[in-house]
Design a protein around this ligand. Structure first.
Ligand SMILES: NC(=O)c1ccc[n+]([C@@H]2O[C@H](COP(=O)([O-])OP(=O)(O)OC[C@H]3O[C@@H](n4cnc5c(N)ncnc54)[C@H](OP(=O)(O)O)[C@@H]3O)[C@@H](O)[C@H]2O)c1
Length: 244
C-alpha cells in the first residue's frame, strides 16, 4: 500500500536520515510502499537525498519550499492536495536555531527563528491535519527538542520556539484523538548535524547521530495503527552537552 509521507527539512541532518530510514524500511516490510515527498530550501540537497531513497526502492517527489514564507507553505500543502489528494504522514522537522547570550539576540534572530519553527510549522500542520481529519487517518511527527521542556542559557529564542511547538503538539493531540490521527513528539538532545556548524572531534563524540533519531521514528510509524507512540525522548548516553 502506498504511504504519502511529507518530510520537511529533508535535505540535511535529521530530516535526511528520516527520509533514508523510511526508504530502507522497504527491505524489512515488502508491503510498505513509501512515496517520500522531500522538502527544504535547497534543491541540490533534495536531488541527492531523492537519489539515495530511490536506490532503496522508494518513490520520491521533491519540492523546494521555504517554510518561513507563507506563499511557499500554501504551495506545499496545495501540492500534496492536488497531486495525491491524501497524506499519511507529516514529519515537521524543518527548524532553525540562533544561539548566544540572551543579551545578544536581535529582532532579526527572533523573526528568523519564529517564522520557521512556529509560524511555518503551525500553518503547514493546520492545512495537512485538516486532510487527515477528513481521511480519519494519519500520523504527524513533530521534531521538537529536549529544549522544548528544559532551558539552556544560550538558547533563549530557540527554547521559546521549541516550548511553543510543544503547545502546538498538545493542542493538535486534542483534535487528533477524535479522528484517529496519531501525534508523536520527538525530543532529541544534541545530534551531530549541520545545525551545529563545525564541532571538535571531542564534542562530536558526545553527540548522537541523525540515524539514531530516524530509526525510532520509522518504527513508531510502522507500529500497529491502533497504538500511538506519543513521545520519543533521546539523549546522548552521557546526557545533555550543556546542563544549562
Ligand atoms: N541537531 C540537534 O542537536 C537537534 C536537537 C534537537 C532537535 N533538533 C531539531 O531537529 C530538526 C532538524 O535539525 P537538524 O539538526 O537536522 O538541522 P539541519 O542540519 O540544519 O537541517 C535542517 C533542515 O531543515 C531545513 N530548513 C531550515 N529552515 C527551513 C525553512 N525555513 N524552510 C524549509 N526548510 C528549512 C534545512 O534546509 P535548507 O538548509 O536547505 O534550507 C535543512 O534541510 C530541527 O527542528 C531542530 O530544531 C535538532
Amino acid at each position: 500500500m502506498k504511504h504519502i509521507i511529507l518530510i520537511t527539512g529533508a535535505g540535511k541532518g535529521i530530516g535526511r536520515a528520516i527520509a533514508l530510514e523510511f526508504a530502507r524500511a522497504i527491505r524489512h516490510h515488502p508491503d510498505f510502499e513509501p512515496v517520500l515527498v522531500l522538502s527544504s530550501r535547497t534543491t541540490a540537497d533534495l536531488e541527492s537525498i531523492s537519489l539515495e531513497c530511490r536506490a532503496e526502492g522508494a518513490l520520491t517527489d521533491t519540492i523546494t519550499a521555504d517554510l518561513s514564507d507563507m506563499a511557499d507553505v500554501r504551495q506545499l500543502s496545495a501540492h500534496i492536495a492536488e497531486r495525491y489528494d491524501r497524506i499519511d504522514c507529516l514529519v515537521n522537522n524543518a527548524g532553525v536555531g540562533r544561539f548566544g547570550s540572551l543579551f545578544d539576540m536581535t529582532e532579526a534572530d527572533f523573526d528568523y527563528t519564529m517564522s520557521t519553527n512556529l509560524k511555518g510549522t503551525f500553518f503547514l500542520t493546520q492545512a495537512l491535519f485538516a486532510m487527515m481529519e477528513r481521511q480519519r487517518s494519519g500520523h504527524i511527527f513533530f521534531i521538537t527538542s529536549v529544549a522544548a521542556t528544559k532551558a539552556f542559557k544560550h538558547s533563549a529564542i530557540y527554547c521559546m520556539s521549541k516550548f511553543g511547538q510543544r503547545g502546538l503538539v498538545e493542542t493538535t493531540r486534542l483534535y487528533a484523538r477524535k479522528c484517529n490521527v496519531r501525534i508523536t513528539d520527538v525530543q532529541p538532545g544534541a545530534v551531530h548535524t549541520p545545525m551545529w556548524g563545525e564541532v571538535s572531534d571531542e564534542m562530536q563524540s558526545l553527540m548522537m547521530m541523525p540515524e539514531d533519531i530516524a530509526l525510532p521514528i520509522v518504527q513508531a510509524y510502522l507500529h500497529p495503527a491502533r497504538t500511538v507512540v506519543e513521545e520519543i525522548v533521546l539523549r546522548p548516553t552521557g546526557g545533555d552537552l550543556q546542563e544549562e
